[in-house]
Design a binder for this molecule. Structure first.
Ligand SMILES: [Zn+2]
Length: 78
């Protein structure tokens, strides 16, 4: 059961994870997630979140050539 609306069911899906970091939008497509079929709430497994953080920290180096507005980080496929 969905913990947010308590009505819908969570189903396995892939979502695009986005996070702002110092004015830059970090986009990670195709991240495994669970999505509510009622309210579309997206939940990430703690293991997935941990891996996301590792990915993002590895990517978040100061840019030498100026900032882009958006950066896409690819989720490593198994
Ligand atoms: Zn829901």
């Amino acid at each position: 059961m969905c913990p947010t609306c308590r009505v819908g069911q969570m189903r396995e899906a892939h979502a695009t994870y986005t996070q702002w970091y110092e004015g830059e939008l970090i986009v990670v497509p195709n991240v495994p997630a669970q999505v509510c079929d009622y309210c579309d709430e997206v939940h990430y497994h703690p293991v997935v979140l941990e891996r996301l953080n590792q990915l993002l920290w590895a990517e978040m180096k100061p840019s030498e050539t100026g900032r882009s507005v958006q950066r896409t980080v690819h989720w490593p496929s198994a």
